[in-house]
Design a binder for this molecule. Structure first.
Ligand code: DX5
Ligand code: ZN
Length: 235
């Protein structure tokens, strides 16, 4: 079984759990605390039973940070939103393959608009969706909760799926393929991030774990440092 020993860990706080009335301040605070990406959850009350934020909010926060904005589209259909998010400053756009009629075309559309592209697999979605599009992927996102809400419990079967996908990425790169980030989203906490990273994740979304634990000054240094230390104890 392949496990990752790489010290690479990108932390992507999900602003779904941020204070929306102070979003500029919140994204500045996570960047100051060492966030690698801003994870931006887009829900449409159709693909998922919740409604969140769109390109206007992406555009509004873009000037507040320099780190990439990682747009996770939980929407159906997908394609019409891609140019809008690219224009709004998205750096990475991921979508759920079953929400697009033409997955390969949607991936191409994201690239044509200058963004990195990724597929998101729900807990019960098969890894076979990856089979014919590995060459087009910059990121694979494995959901470790069912999408729609922050603050849910990590689904343990994600660990085996992470190992499987890590092996696929390594095999792809051994054949000369491009690097692909492996992201996990949902229920990532200080007490489980070590096993998640050991199973092969190199990019972890954390929403409630980060935003529910502000420092006295409103920053997030303590929790972000604790997540990094917990991911690679002894380093
Ligand atoms: C769920 C979202 C997640 C969510 C994660 O549909 O995609 O990004 O905000 O939140 P936590 O870390 O609280 O599970
Ligand atoms: Zn997400």
């Amino acid at each position: 079984m392949t496990t990752s020993t790489s010290p690479i860990l990108r932390l992507a706080p999900s602003i779904l759990s941020a204070d929306f009335a102070r979003l500029g301040e919140e994204v500045r605070a996570i960047q100051a605390a060492g966030a690698d990406l801003v994870h931006f959850d887009v829900m449409d009350n159709h693909y998922v039973p919740n409604l969140t934020i769109g390109p206007l909010v992406c555009e509004a926060i873009r000037p507040h940070v320099t780190i990439p904005i990682d747009v996770h589209l939980m929407v159906e259909p997908v394609d019409a939103l891609i140019p809008l998010f690219a224009k709004a400053g998205a750096s990475i756009i991921t979508f759920h393959p079953e929400a697009s009629k033409h997955v390969d075309r949607t991936l191409q559309l994201i690239k044509e608009h200058g963004c990195k592209a990724g597929l998101v697999l729900n807990p019960a979605t098969s890894v076979e969706w990856l089979d014919h599009v590995m060459d087009r992927l910059d990121m694979i996102l494995l959901m470790s909760v069912n999408p729609g809400f922050g603050g849910q419990k990590f689904i343990p079967s994600t660990l085996g799926k992470l190992r499987t996908v890590r092996q696929r990425i390594e095999a792809h790169q051994a054949r000369g393929g491009q690097p692909i980030w492996l992201q996990v989203d949902g229920g990532v906490k200080i007490d489980n991030i070590q096993e998640i990273v050991a199973a092969g994740a190199d990019t972890c979304v954390a929403g409630s774990a980060v935003f529910s634990a502000p420092d006295a000054d409103g920053g997030y240094h303590t929790v972000m440092n604790a997540l990094r230390r917990a991911a690679h104890p002894g380093q």
